[in-house]
Design a protein around this ligand. Structure first.
Ligand SMILES: Cc1cc2nc3c(=O)[nH]c(=O)nc-3n(C[C@H](O)[C@H](O)[C@H](O)COP(=O)(O)OP(=O)(O)OC[C@H]3O[C@@H](n4cnc5c(N)ncnc54)[C@H](O)[C@@H]3O)c2cc1C
Length: 603
């Protein structure tokens, strides 16, 4: 029998009180008795200054002890401002889920506790998962009101600088450099800059696009977002309640412009970040920015936030015979519009989102299209299947609560959840998937059946949200070829192993992009690239590598991901930069480790 609401709150309250008491005792037994043997603690800066997950009771005890001694967490109590403790199902298991607050020597934090019964006894619950996350730094809280420019409410000098004059002057950087330079003004850059500006840090975004929002505006004609509006808000300024369920690209692009204006962000358009070097002695970057007029501006920010998305370096497969092809060859990043190909024939190589979207755009524009499949691909209908992972955002708790729940899910649970979601989506999409297999499309469902979310998190692609192209392929309106069927490209198109030649005027290589580490090498050189290592994906760990946290290179940060990921993790990224700026935190993770181990000074 499940506990009623009041006993649930009592169980959570008791656990939190015992946890605080046990942390203060040298004896490990009381602390150990609060966790299941298989449990997880995720800390987001609050105790460890890292984003990290520790799994297994013994490891949790060891790490908690090590970090609690320094951070001195206390004041654990149920958070009355958030959803009440309640029963929910997470990763297929029924659990009590509760929000709590606490503080440390440096800041105030929020957490999520999940309790599950010990040996089926509902009265004896232990922690299955624990999240401790930093919310704010004591003494360095976000600006509550007023303008970041410090404009006066009412000016007595009527010809003195007004708000607009101050805003223009601040954004020109005529006689100063920003503390933080954000490279890329898509959602990742906007979220990071908004958070930093709220923390009083002088921040400039640069983007090569001519107009704010061009990163969306320049995408294909019919694009609307793939997940629903309530999941996609930017920080501080939620989308208006009358917005459509799926936001059209130009509407989002317009919102980005409004956001920059409203949040008073400094943003240079038509500015190419050409790279830079780290000045060790000064503890600053020296970077080159190419302005619209061709002029070069050198800047010396202390921090660089790379928010360049995947639009870095195209990944082009080695197809020697493509040289023989007499038609046009484009990488997907160069593809603009299907109109130019009306009445022509096209081959689209690659079956990820870009390949499918381009094939559909060409087909809808009156081109004859075939898509070439190189490897098995995960297909999921955009509705309802692709929306299942976001069901949490319809459960009732506020956006802030849902975001904290999202942060609180350790990798092991996320994998389990996504296996279940993938099974569910497979059932819902059965008819489409069968039809695709009938025409020879090779399907897959991600590593261990963990679905598209993990394909995204581990390799950034390999799936398609079906907005119609899969139906066109299944119906034979868009042709399908396996890569192995192509013998070689010839002047007229693709010569097949069957002897037939498939005529084409256009070949689009929708073959993705190289990882961020290639961009790091191009912009900062081999030494820094080697120091930083892979960006994104999990490797052997439980967190995305080098994302949202300090990297081995002082002053170099990365942010990317979905609108929700950027909204959520920009907060933690900004808190770390603030902590570095006020001297609470060395700029690299290695330096912190040395200090904690008592073997070195801060860099
Ligand atoms: C059809 C489609 C639907 C999608 N739907 C959703 C959805 O519903 N929800 C969701 O969360 N995500 C969705 N996404 C995915 C994802 O959110 C986007 O791809 C998003 O654009 C990533 O944002 P970003 O800020 O990381 O990168 P980008 O939007 O790619 O922005 C990077 C910016 O950096 C700039 N830049 C790069 N290098 C330099 C340089 N050297 N100098 C100057 N500027 C530079 C670029 O000009 C660009 O503006 C969708 C994607 C597609 C294609």
């Amino acid at each position: 029998m499940a506990l009623a609401l009041e006993p649930i709150a009592a169980a959570v309250g008791n656990w939190l009180a015992e946890f605080e008491r046990a942390l203060a005792q040298p004896d490990d037994r009381p602390l150990g008795s609060l966790f299941h043997a298989e449990s997880h603690w995720r800390d987001v800066l609050a105790l460890t200054w890292e984003i990290e997950t520790v799994s297994g009771r013994d490891a949790i005890l060891r790490e908690l002890r090590a970090h609690a001694a320094r951070a001195r967490p206390r004041g654990f109590r149920i958070d009355p401002r958030r959803a009440e403790p309640r029963h929910v199902t997470r990763a297929g298991a029924r659990t009590i889920e509760a929000f709590f607050t606490f503080e440390t020597v440096e800041g105030r934090g929020s957490g999520v506790l999940r309790l599950t019964p010990q040996d089926g006894d509902e009265e004896q619950t232990k922690a299955w998962t624990l999240l401790t996350a930093l919310d704010e730094l004591k003494g360095y809280e976000e600006r509550a009101g007023g303008s970041p420019l410090g404009a006066k409410a009412h000016a007595r000098d009527f010809r003195g600088p007004n708000w607009l004059d101050l805003r223009k002057a601040a954004g020109e950087y005529a006689d100063r450099d920003p503390v933080v330079l954000v490279v890329g003004g898509g959602q990742a850059g906007l979220c990071a800059a908004a958070r930093l500006t709220q923390l009083g840090i002088d921040t400039l975004i640069v983007d090569r696009g001519k107009r704010i929002g061009d990163n969306w505006r320049n995408r294909y004609h019919a694009l609307t977002l793939h997940n629903q509006t309530q999941v996609n808000h930017l920080p501080y300024m939620p989308f208006p309640p009358n917005w459509p369920t799926y936001i059209p690209k130009d509407k989002l692009a317009g919102w980005f412009e409004a956001y920059v204006e409203s949040m008073e962000l400094n943003y240079w358009t038509a500015t190419e970040f050409e790279g830079g070097r780290w000045d060790e002695r000064e503890g600053r970057w020296v970077v080159r920015l190419r302005r619209a007029d061709g002029g070069l501006r050198e800047m010396r920010p202390r921090h660089l936030v790379m928010a360049t998305g995947v639009s870095g370096i195209p990944s082009l497969p080695e197809i020697p015979s493509l040289r023989n092809f007499a038609g046009t060859v484009l990488h997907s990043s160069q593809y603009e519009d299907g109109e130019a190909w009306r009445g022509k024939s096209a081959l689209v190589v690659g079956t990820g989102n870009s390949g499918h979207d381009i094939a559909q755009d060409l087909y809808s524009s009156g081109a004859k299209v075939a898509i070439v499949q190189r490897s098995p691909t995960l297909i999921v209908n955009v509705e309802p299947s692709a929306q299942i992972p976001y069901a949490l955002y319809d459960e009732g708790p506020s956006l802030e609560d849902c975001d904290l729940i999202t942060v609180s899910v350790p990798l092991a649970l996320a994998r389990q959840s996504h296996k279940l979601i993938t099974e569910q989506a497979r059932k819902l999409d059965r008819a489409l998937l069968d039809a695709l297999e009938r025409v020879g499309f090779r399907l897959d469902f991600g590593e261990d059946g963990t679905g598209w979310q993990f394909k995204y998190l581990t390799r950034g692609g390999g799936y398609y949200f079906n907005v119609g192209c899969s139906d066109l392929i299944a119906e034979g309106r868009i042709g399908l070829l396996q890569n192995s069927e192509i013998d070689a490209f010839v002047a007229e198109g693709a010569r097949l192993r069957s002897g037939e030649t498939l005529a084409a005027d256009l070949v689009v290589l929708a073959t993705g992009y190289k990882g961020q580490e290639f961009l790091v090498r191009k912009l900062f050189g081999e030494e820094i690239a080697a120091k930083v290592g892979p960006v994104w994906g999990f490797g052997k760990g439980q967190e995305l590598r080098n994302m949202f946290m300090r990297t081995p290179q002082p002053g170099l940060w990365f942010i990317a991901g979905s609108l929700a990921q950027c909204r959520i993790y920009s907060k933690y990224l900004a808190l770390q930069i603030k902590a570095c700026e006020v001297g609470l935190l060395p700029t690299t993770r290695d330096a912190t480790r040395r200090i904690l181990a008592g073997t070195g000074a801060a860099d």
